[in-house]
Design a protein around this ligand. Structure first.
Ligand code: ZN
Length: 390
């Protein structure tokens, strides 16, 4: 995966170098220099493909020496430096390019965009922000510059600026950024909630719903706000709506939902909702919740029978664990010892399991994040479904 990604990223660089080399040959068909260049070029490519980037850079630097006027080669080199983590080299190269007299405006703005990415990579966010803002003001590569600015504001958790720039990006590209903007409003709502500013939090949630009417996170936050204020019936409404909006988040929504059912004394409603959920959701969470409900209401036997029947249809280690726990009290002697060992092994099996995975980049996590720590996408980290997880 990593190698394939790297190679894919190298395609534009290789293309640029190839185009430049062919143009160079066209003007200088004869002589040893062309042959030398040709062999250098292919040697460089070979190094790139073998992931020997040190040697590739050496060769391409030499190529760049042949023709100091070739901006594209320098851009490709700068890109290579940055991806290798040699950010200072990349910055020097791009700064040199930008300050070069006679450079066309088009090429200059490309170099500025690259320089901004170097600054971001080096953690010089103030400089990157200033540079990208200039590009937006000049209307040069504005969509790319806006995307980088949004990334900077997300990193700085400056959600107002993130929203403002995402809206500008929408206008500029015509692409729908509403789900992302809804997440920014959820961030603001959650921050207000943590500071006890509940009315403000509700206003932000309203804005989130205006962006995305079925925003599961906004429903979950509404449920949390309502239950924290003791409005358990409203909390139940919100959490049920969250599962209707996106059932994939059921394992995260069920615990606070069950808590709200209990406080609102709505156990019949709980049973009917969970029964209905069983039909359209194939994870183990609703089964475990119903087994718990039956144990409290109808006793252990009914609960175990229900659990056993369900586990035949949807094998699950967590379900097995619940069944072992429920059966433990009923047995003693050597069988009990064996059950203890079995329970211990099952627990170990579940420990260290990633419970969530990013659907975009494959990042695995034990806790849920609304923004993927790896690829920075929103709402792509979801509970894993499988025998060992949900
Ligand atoms: Zn990701």
């Amino acid at each position: 995966m990593k190698l394939a990604d790297e190679l894919l990223l190298l395609v534009p660089a290789a293309f640029v170098l190839g185009w430049w080399a062919s143009r160079w040959w066209a003007t200088r068909r004869s002589g040893a220099a062309a042959n030398e260049l040709s062999s250098d070029y292919f040697r460089g490519l070979n190094y790139l493909l073998n992931e020997e980037q040190d040697k590739a850079i050496e060769v391409f630097l030499r190529l760049a020496e042949y023709n100091r006027d070739t901006v594209e080669t320098h851009l490709a080199l700068g890109n290579l430096f940055r991806r290798r983590g040699e950010v200072e080299q990349a910055i020097r190269l791009h700064q040199h390019l930008v300050s070069r007299p006679g450079l066309s405006d088009a090429m200059k703005t490309v170099a500025l965009l690259e320089l901004g990415e170097d600054y971001m990579r080096a953690g010089l966010l103030d400089r990157a922000e200033a540079l990208f803002s200039d590009l937006v003001a000049m209307d040069a590569h504005a969509p790319s510059a806006l995307r980088h600015l949004i990334a900077i504001y997300q990193h700085e958790r400056d959600w107002y600026k993130a929203i403002e720039h995402a809206r500008r990006l929408e206008v500029m590209t015509g692409e729908d950024e509403a789900p992302m903007i809804a997440q920014f409003y959820c961030e603001l709502a959650d921050r207000s909630r943590q500071h006890g500013a509940l009315a403000e939090a509700r206003e932000y949630l309203q804005q989130a719903f205006e962006c995305q009417a079925d925003c599961v996170r906004a429903f979950m936050l509404t449920g949390r706000l309502q239950s924290e204020e003791g409005h358990y019936l409203e909390a139940v409404d919100a959490y049920e709506a969250a599962i209707q909006a996106d059932a994939a988040f059921t394992p995260d929504i069920l615990p606070p939902l069950l808590n709200s059912y209990a406080h609102a004394q709505q156990m019949e409603r709980a049973e009917s909702f969970l029964r209905d959920l069983l039909g359209r959701y194939h994870g183990i969470s609703p089964v475990l919740a119903l087994a718990q409900l039956y144990r409290q209401r109808d006793g252990e036997r009914t609960s175990i029978d229900f659990l056993t029947a369900q586990l035949r249809q949807r094998p699950s280690v967590r379900g097995l664990m619940a069944l072992i726990d429920a059966t433990m009290d009923k047995i003693d002697g050597e069988a009990r010892e064996n059950f203890l060992i079995l329970r211990d092994l099952t627990r170990k099996l579940l420990e260290g399991q990633a419970m969530y995975r990013c659907s975009r980049c494959g990042f695995g996590a034990k806790a849920h994040h609304w923004q993927c720590p790896s690829c920075k996408s929103w709402s792509t980290i979801r509970p894993i479904h499988g025998v060992a997880s949900e």
